[in-house]
Each structure stands twice: as structure tokens, then as C-alpha cells.
Design a protein around this ligand. Structure first.
Ligand SMILES: NC(=O)c1ccc[n+]([C@@H]2O[C@H](COP(=O)([O-])OP(=O)(O)OC[C@H]3O[C@@H](n4cnc5c(N)ncnc54)[C@H](O)[C@@H]3O)[C@@H](O)[C@H]2O)c1
Length: 357
């Protein structure tokens, strides 16, 4: 059995006080490496703020702390690096880890600030034979797993449409589009049409996120996606709804007493609630399961479900939504612009979100 040397970039401040200015996701990753047992040895971490790195090192018994992650990469011969910083930093940090010789990099979502950046980090890792994964950990959640099992068992017939309603396309949407890809067997997207509203500045982890959006897209196998974010997200009435030829599955339907997962086959008079053992959209235990899988895949040479190829499919749809709004038209995939249309529209003054006090 191999023992992988693990390091962290961006430990965060306080995992017990999570919020929009910091969730300290490195602590979640570390819990995963701990769950992987003797296969992993957590050795070092880097954070710009030394006290944060020291607190993290103390919690998980790490040998060394750094304030410059380049120094850590040069000194520690890490096999696995967790990148847990804000999205605009992911691209370069991942490239630096790959160039420093890491064998696997587990990066937080969303992938990068631009579509070009997301492609670059995936390309560099592929060229260097580095396993790049993203923490789209919902794939390991029971409600989502059971929904997919029901779908694959033919309980609602052939999938036709996936509907979803939630906060935004990028920060939260990264999970949503990833799960759409999961439900639709990672079939690539064909086209996207979307409109957004961005009148009040909404910076999440330093990145612009629209206030509200409507998006429709189609995958190469004919399955459609439909998403509403912000103001109209609750119109959808479920976190995710899988519509098949012979029934409907809802993950996270609206309503205080609604179960986490339910199914209604054609002809059923009522919904059937599916027991998810107390698991919900966010956990518990999903991050850990994801990390355990990436470690196992590194050991046995297989590909994790959290791989960059899957994340790229989700990310392309996100950036295509914003691009569709910029073009005021349909966007055919593959997406042929590399920037971030939302950020570019703010920069050019085409969108003028009012600054939050
Ligand atoms: N998977 C999920 O469900 C989930 C949940 C919350 C956040 N996230 C994502 O996790 C990522 C990190 O968010 P967070 O809330 O954990 O952040 P955080 O602010 O809690 O921690 C980030 C840390 O990075 C450090 N940092 C910044 N620049 C650095 C540098 N150059 N070198 C070393 N350290 C540096 C900061 O000092 C900070 O301590 C974001 O991309 C966010 O979207 C994912």
C-alpha cells in the first residue's frame, strides 16, 4: 500500500463559523484524507496568514507550515495537493502544483474565473499525467445517488429534462450543473440560451454572480436542462427535478414537510418518498467520501467521478449561460470564447451592478 504525502494551499480561518467570506474548506478535505487512513500522510500546509496555517497544522498534526505555497511545493515532494483558495486563484495554483510534481490535485469548485482558465488547468494536468479533481461532492450524497439509481433502473423511463432552481449559476451552480452531467451520464452539451439580471453587486468568494437567471440548454442525447436562479428560483419548486417519459423524480422538493427525495411514476396517485437516511443536499460526509475516492483512484490507477473532464462539462455550460446573455442569443457548444462574459460586461460598463454597502 502506498502512503501519499498530502499538502494544502489555503487552510482558511475558522471551520466552525462558515459563511460567505470563508468556509475553511481545507478542514473538510483534511477530514477526507483522515478517513482515507494510512494511505495518506498530511505533512504541510500553506496560507498567507500564518496563524491560520498553524491552527490547521495543529488540528491535523501536520509537520510544517508555510506562508508561501511555492516554498511548500518546492520543499515537500507532495503526492497530493488540496487547493482550497478562492476561485480566481485556482488556475495558477493548480498549474504550479502540477509543475512542481504533484501526482494528484484536488481543487475546490468552481474551477476557475474564466473558461480559458478552466481549460488551461485541465490541459496542463493532462499533459503532465496529473489527476485533477474538483470538489463537486454531491455526487457522493445519498439523495443524488438514489435518484440516479432510480433513473438507471428505468423507474421514470427515458430521461427527457432536468429542471433546477437555486441561488446562482456559478458559485452554487457549479454543483448543480455537475449534478446535471451526472444524471445525464456526462453527455456533452450542444447549445445554451440564457438571460441574466445583474443590478446589485454580488461577489461570492471574490467572483461576480448574477442576481437572477433563466437558462435552457440541450445535451447531445436530446435531454434538456432548465434552470432558474435568484428571484425566480422557487418557481421550479425543487432543487432538481428529473422528468422522464414515464414519471418524475424530485431531489429536494420545496415544502417544509417534503422529503429529500421522491418519485412519482406515470399513473401513481401520490408521490413516493425515498428514505435518504437523513442525508440532504450538503451532507453529511460527502467531502470525505469524495477525497477517499480520489485517493483510491490514485492508488489503483482509475478515474474519479470528480475528474476535470466532468467538471469541464459543467463549467462550459455556466460560462455559456453568461455568454448567451452577452450575445443576446443562443450559444452553440463547444464554447468559442475564453473569457468570463459576466465579469467582462461589468468591466466594460455594459452591466453596472450597484455596489453593496
Ligand atoms: N464544495 C463546497 O460545497 C464548497 C463550500 C464552500 C466553499 N467552497 C469553495 O471553496 C473555495 C475556498 O473557499 P473557503 O470558503 O474555504 O475559503 P476561505 O476564505 O475560508 O479560505 C481560503 C484561504 O486561502 C488563503 N489564501 C489566499 N491566497 C493565498 C495564497 N496565495 N497562498 C496561500 N493561501 C492563500 C486565505 O488566507 C484563506 O485563509 C472557494 O472556491 C469556494 O467556492 C466550496
Amino acid at each position: 500500500m502506498s502512503t501519499f504525502r498530502v499538502g494544502f494551499i489555503g487552510t482558511g480561518k475558522d471551520p466552525d463559523k462558515p459563511g460567505r467570506t470563508g468556509y475553511a474548506m481545507a478542514y473538510q478535505h483534511a477530514a477526507g484524507y483522515r478517513a482515507a487512513g494510512e494511505k495518506c500522510q498530511m505533512v504541510a500546509c500553506a496560507d498567507l496568514v500564518r496563524e491560520r496555517a498553524e491552527a490547521f497544522a495543529e488540528r491535523f498534526g501536520l509537520d510544517r507550515v508555510y506562508t508561501d505555497y511555492h516554498e511548500m511545493l518546492a520543499a515537500e515532494e507532495l503526492d497530493i495537493v488540496s487547493v482550497c483558495t478562492w476561485p480566481h486563484l485556482h488556475e495558477q495554483m493548480v498549474v504550479d502544483c502540477a509543475e512542481a510534481g504533484a501526482r494528484a490535485i484536488h481543487c475546490e469548485k468552481p474551477m476557475a474565473s474564466t473558461w480559458g482558465g478552466a481549460k488551461r488547468m485541465a490541459r496542463v494536468c493532462q499533459e503532465k499525467g496529473v489527476r485533477l479533481t474538483f470538489n463537486h461532492m454531491r455526487r457522493f450524497g445519498r439523495p443524488f445517488r438514489l435518484a440516479k439509481e432510480l433513473l438507471d433502473a428505468g423507474e421514470i423511463g427515458r430521461l427527457q429534462r432536468i429542471e433546477s432552481g437555486f441561488g446562482n449559476l456559478y458559485d452554487y451552480g457549479s454543483h448543480n450543473f455537475d449534478m446535471c452531467g451526472y444524471f445525464n451520464d456526462q453527455v456533452p452539451g450542444e447549445w445554451v440560451i440564457a438571460q441574466i439580471d445583474y443590478t446589485k453587486e454580488a461577489l461570492i468568494f471574490g467572483a461576480h454572480n448574477e442576481n437572477a437567471a433563466l437558462a435552457l440548454w440541450k445535451y447531445a442525447n436530446g435531454v434538456c436542462g432548465y434552470t432558474a436562479t435568484g428571484l425566480g428560483h422557487d418557481v421550479v419548486g425543487a432543487h432538481q427535478r428529473l422528468i422522464g417519459e414515464e414519471g418524475v423524480i424530485e431531489v429536494g422538493p420545496a415544502g417544509e414537510r417534503a422529503p429529500m427525495l421522491r418519485i412519482r411514476r406515470t399513473g401513481d396517485a401520490h408521490w413516493e418518498a425515498i428514505d435518504c437516511g437523513g442525508e440532504h443536499c450538503h451532507g453529511p460526509g460527502y467531502h470525505e467520501r469524495g477525497v477517499v475516492q480520489i485517493v483510491q483512484c490514485l492508488e489503483d490507477g482509475t478515474t474519479s467521478e470528480l475528474c476535470a473532464a466532468n467538471a469541464l462539462q459543467a463549467t462550459e455550460i455556466i460560462f455559456a449561460c453568461w455568454e448567451s446573455s452577452r450575445r443576446r442569443g443562443i450559444v452553440h457548444l463547444p464554447l468559442d470564447v475564453d473569457d468570463n462574459a459576466l465579469a467582462a460586461m461589468v468591466e466594460s460598463g455594459e452591466l453596472k451592478p450597484a455596489a453593496r454597502s
